[in-house]
Design a protein around this ligand. Structure first.
Ligand SMILES: C[S@@+](CC[C@H](N)C(=O)[O-])C[C@H]1O[C@@H](n2cnc3c(N)ncnc32)[C@H](O)[C@@H]1O
Length: 372
């Protein structure tokens, strides 16, 4: 196939020219050549090699390898594929090098074959597991290992999110990348609160899971000066501790100075409802995250005493509620805050898109001032 050879720094420029004139071939990709050149595949409609448009860049013939399968389903036998056309899984989730897939009962017997096809197609995957659903109070998934690239059935792995690495274990602790954008919003809120207070913040994340929210907050220079984080699930708390150590090690001080030690720096494996029990966490925090979506609103009353008094502080939480209950839930939250002696300065209650269609996944954020 005819190729245009261009200095690699000009690849994008020439690719755009070829694409805009429909001269590039879709049957092959760009080939890296020696001496800092790249080869762009051309189709028959491209002008001849001596045309001025090429500005002296040379053309040559390059044999191209036929493109391999682009989807794992292409590794399944054609007849078998057709026999169960509607039943093959169309989506899956990955956490690090672990792939999690729901398999219909009708094709369960082909589970290992599906997993092998996935391992063949997806070189970054080490382990393929069938998802047997969420169970228990920690909302952890039951996984059934189907095939492993290296024989290891270990589900602990690492994911990258917003530039931070996170230890996760889909069979032992809750983690979902679907809330990744919410964490960026949390960062924006924390920055606004720091600006308002004119100092770094003490944060509480009592339902932290493995700590993805901390992954965006802790590395931000000067944003967080202390934390109380935790989870009731001991496996989540163990991963959270590893992650907090890693986030803290990546922290830089403001203007390149060494960061101050966190004060406080507490990790609890404890029921969030008991956090204020011994008094040590009372009135210590500027910002609380409440992420137990089926119970966040009920738990609010027990968590508000964590907040500092006579200043602006923020509660940010997530709740899954019936659509018909949105207004009532909003009133519930505001009422809980007022009953705790809080004046609501600003309140938002908005739907996080992309979750269940029958219920609403809502985010609430209250800027409040608790009087003493
Ligand atoms: C929806 S997950 C959120 C985890 C994390 N914030 C995230 O965004 O990935 C809720 C977490 O709360 C923990 N949990 C459940 N009940 C709890 C309780 N009473 N006190 C503290 N943590 C609890 C679960 O183990 C789970 O990790």
């Amino acid at each position: 196939m005819r190729h245009l050879s261009v200095p690699s720094a000009q690849t994008q420029h020439w690719l755009e020219i070829c694409r805009s004139h429909k001269w590039s071939s879709k049957d092959a990709g760009i080939t890296r050549l020696e001496d800092g050149y790249n080869a762009i595949p051309l189709n028959d409609s491209a002008p001849p090699a001596d045309d001025q448009i090429w500005e002296g860049n040379s053309h040559f013939e390059l044999e191209i390898q036929p493109k391999g399968p682009t989807h794992w389903l292409e590794h399944i036998d054609d007849e078998l594929f057709k026999a169960h056309e509607e039943e093959w899984p169309r989506s899956y989730e990955t956490q690090g090098d672990v792939l999690i897939v729901k398999i219909e009962d009708t094709i369960w017997e082909y589970g290992e074959m599906i997993a092998d096809a996935m391992l063949t197609q997806l070189p970054s995957i080490r382990l393929v597991c069938a998802d047997l659903g969420v169970h228990g109070e920690f909302r952890v998934r039951k996984l059934h290992p189907l095939a492993s690239r290296d024989g290891s059935l270990e589900t602990r792995t690492r994911v990258r999110e917003h530039g931070s690495l996170l230890w996760v274990d889909p069979s032992a602790a809750y983690f979902s990348s679907r809330l990744s954008n919410e964490r960026i919003e949390t960062l924006a809120t924390a920055k606004r609160l720091r600006e308002r207070l004119g100092r770094g913040l003490v944060i509480a994340d009592p339902y932290a899971g493995v700590g993805p929210s901390m992954g965006v907050l802790i590395p931000e220079p000067g944003l967080i000066t202390g934390y109380f984080v935790g989870d009731l699930n001991p496996h989540a708390t163990e991963l959270l501790s590893l992650n907090m150590e890693y986030f803290s090690s990546r922290r830089k001080g403001e203007s390149g100075t060494l960061p101050e030690q966190f004060q406080p720096a507490e990790i609890h494996c404890k029921d969030a409802l008991e956090w204020t029990g011994d008094g040590s966490t009372l009135n210590q925090c500027d910002l609380i995250l409440v992420n137990l979506p089926h119970h966040s609103i009920d738990h609010l009353n027990a968590l508000l005493p964590l907040l500092k008094r006579n200043q602006t502080s923020v509660v940010r939480g997530w709740a899954i509620i019936e659509r018909s209950q949105i207004e009532a839930s909003e009133q519930d939250i505001v009422h809980t805050i007022s009953s705790a002696g809080g004046e609501v300065e600003h309140f938002t209650f908005r739907e996080v898109k992309g979750f269940s269609s029958t219920k609403s996944y809502m985010c609430f954020e209250a800027w409040i001032n608790l009087s003493s």
